[in-house]
Structures are given as structure tokens and as C-alpha cells.
Write a protein that binds this ligand. Structure first.
Ligand code: ADP
Ligand code: MG
Length: 315
């Protein structure tokens, strides 16, 4: 059983189905009637952040990844809860953690309304609540839709690989990608701007291919990525040659960009919105009547084996 098998098992084991749950387990956030979105994500030391990350980065990340899930759901964030587990009470550590957490919270007018504090291995679980302006479900993609991603992909993956000693970017590149990895920017305002056009959306936490596969499966369609269109982070292209940079960008996690599908008729409207939001936006492919995620280059199908992040995958 892997991570998603475990989640599917929970879905099958539960016996309660409430009428007020418009979207339960399986999307970026739950939607509860009439318009409440709720999501929760954990950050564990050694998994989501490393022991050498400072508290400032950890505080930002803990909230940012949750706001990203609300964005992907078409929700405007309103409240948060913070369950904090710390090995000891270090006031300096807490001071820096708070600084970045509340800075991000105030940028989106999010009030911390509760949580829990315990001694244990360092870990934080943030629960966020938001108001759904337009539900952006994973299951809404339609055949013929164009597939878009915001921003650039693969900088966080490069930072992660560098932290493991597997890639060695130049010093200045390393500094930049470490910052991108430590301080993901949730695309909240962008998601709400694009929302009226969007058929299906997800935020990229496990890697483009793995996350787009959720849209494809849940919508009962296929997704074709034109690999020459993928906006691979410049830093990754400068560090890794050829197609390997694109492969890393498509399989790497922690981008916290948005991936969504829209009828191709609205391409120009989307580009205009993207410009207004100062948000890079790239059309990377198309939804078809097939299944899963496939790849093409210059109109020709190509074979690629790409896996995303799975907490319980057997390697
Ligand atoms: P995301 O990457 O968007 O945070 P996940 O892949 O973590 O989403 O989770 C997929 C779906 O499964 C989400 O709807 C999430 O709420 C749900 N889920 C994950 N773990 C559990 C759990 N232990 N109990 C109930 N639902 C869960
Ligand atoms: Mg998500």
C-alpha cells in the first residue's frame, strides 16, 4: 500500500456521508456547505524541511503550502489553526517562526484562531479555512481543454537535489533556488483571478506529472504534455543539460504553482489576466479522451516514465 492507497482505504472504511459535504477526501481542500473550504498539511523535519532550515523559512512554508491548497480550490483564505510540536521551547526559534508565519497570514488577512502545542519531534500541522468563490475541482477537466501552469517548475527540486549532494549548482544559483524552495509563494490572488475560466485545478506539490494525473483520473480524461512547452526553471536549465532538466522539473515536487485546464477559446483572456497579475502563465498541453498523462514533442508521442513524490512508495 502506498500513500494514495492508504487514503483510498480511509475513504472506503468511513461509513458517514453527510449532505453538507460538497467535496470530501480527494481534492486540494474539502468544501462544506455553503462555501467553506478546509485543508490541512503537515511539515515534518527531515521530510518537508531539513534540520538546517531556519525557523523563519519553516514558519513561512507551514502556512504557504496550505494557502496553496485553498488557492487550488478557488477559495479566499480567512482562518488558520496551528498544531505545533517542538522538542524544546526555544523563544528565539519561536520568534523567527512567528515572524514569517504572521507576515504571510497578514498578507492574506488570515487570523490564527486555534491549534495545539505539544513536545515531540519538530512538526507543524496547519489547518486553513477559506471561502469558496468558485469551486475549482480536480474532476472538472473536459476533452479539448488547454492545460496551463503558472510560474516556473523545478527550482525547488534543484535545491532539494543540491541539499542531498546529487546536483551542484553554481553558488549564486544555489542561493536563489534555496530561497525558492524555502519560501514558496501561494498563488492565491492568481487562482481567484483565473477562476471564472477554470474547469479543473490542482496545486503542484508532488510534481507536475503526478498532480496532473490526479486531474486526469478524477475527470476521466487524458492529459498530453508538450515537453518543449514546460516552463523549466532557468536555474535548473543552467545546471542540468538537455531533457534531463525537463524530466526533473516535471517530476520534482514543492513547486506550489497552479496547474489548471481551460477551454482554448479563452487563451487570450487568460494571458491578459496573467499579465495583470504579473504571473507567468504557460500553456503546456491539452486534455484528450485518453487516460493518464502522456507526452509529446513537435506533435509526436514520446515515451517517458515519470513518478511524483509518494510518502510510502517502495523504491
Ligand atoms: P495535497 O497534496 O493537495 O495536500 P494530498 O495528496 O495530501 O493533497 O491528499 C489528497 C487528499 O486526501 C486530500 O483531499 C486530503 O485531504 C486527503 N487526505 C490525505 N490524508 C488523509 C487522512 N489521513 N485522512 C483523511 N483524508 C486525507
Ligand atoms: Mg494540493
Amino acid at each position: 500500500m502506498n500513500e494514495f492507497g492508504l487514503i483510498a482505504d480511509l475513504v472506503l472504511s468511513q461509513t458517514v456521508t453527510r449532505d453538507d459535504v460538497l467535496c470530501g477526501i480527494g481534492d486540494d481542500a474539502a468544501i462544506i456547505e455553503p462555501d467553506l473550504a478546509i485543508a490541512c498539511d503537515t511539515c515534518n523535519e527531515g521530510v518537508h524541511f531539513q534540520a538546517d532550515w531556519g525557523p523563519h523559512a519553516i514558519g513561512h512554508r507551514a502556512l504557504a503550502v496550505n494557502l496553496s491548497d485553498l488557492a487550488a480550490m478557488g477559495a479566499k483564505p480567512t482562518h488558520a489553526l496551528l498544531a505545533l510540536s517542538l522538542p524544546e521551547l526555544d523563544t528565539d526559534w519561536l520568534s523567527d517562526f512567528k515572524k514569517s508565519f504572521f507576515k504571510l497570514a497578514s498578507a492574506y488577512n488570515v487570523e490564527l484562531v486555534g491549534g495545539d502545542t505539544t513536545r515531540g519531534a519538530m512538526s507543524m500541522t496547519v489547518t486553513v479555512i477559506g471561502r469558496v468563490l468558485k469551486p475549482l475541482l480536480r474532476r472538472g477537466a473536459r476533452v479539448g481543454d488547454a492545460i496551463y501552469v503558472t510560474g516556473e517548475l523545478g527550482a525547488a527540486r534543484l535545491a532539494y537535489e543540491a541539499s542531498k549532494g546529487r546536483l551542484a549548482p553554481q553558488t549564486e544559483i544555489l542561493r536563489r533556488v534555496m530561497h525558492t524552495w524555502h519560501y514558496p509563494t501561494p498563488r492565491v490572488n492568481e487562482a481567484l483571478a483565473f477562476a471564472p475560466y477554470v474547469h479543473a485545478a490542482i496545486d503542484l506539490s508532488d510534481g507536475l506529472v503526478a498532480d496532473l494525473d490526479h486531474i486526469a483520473r478524477q475527470s476521466g480524461v487524458g492529459a498530453v504534455i508538450d515537453i518543449d512547452k514546460v516552463p523549466v526553471a532557468e536555474a535548473l536549465k543552467q545546471t542540468v543539460a538537455g531533457d534531463e532538466a525537463c524530466r526533473l522539473a516535471m517530476s520534482g515536487g514543492d513547486d506550489y504553482e497552479l496547474c489548471f485546464t481551460v477551454s482554448p477559446a479563452y487563451h487570450n483572456d487568460l494571458l491578459a489576466l496573467a499579465e495583470q497579475c504579473a504571473c507567468p502563465l504557460t500553456r503546456i498541453g491539452e486534455i484528450n479522451a485518453g487516460s493518464g498523462v502522456s507526452f509529446e514533442r513537435a506533435g509526436e508521442a514520446i515515451d517517458l516514465e515519470i513518478k511524483g513524490y509518494d510518502h510510502f512508495a517502495r523504491s
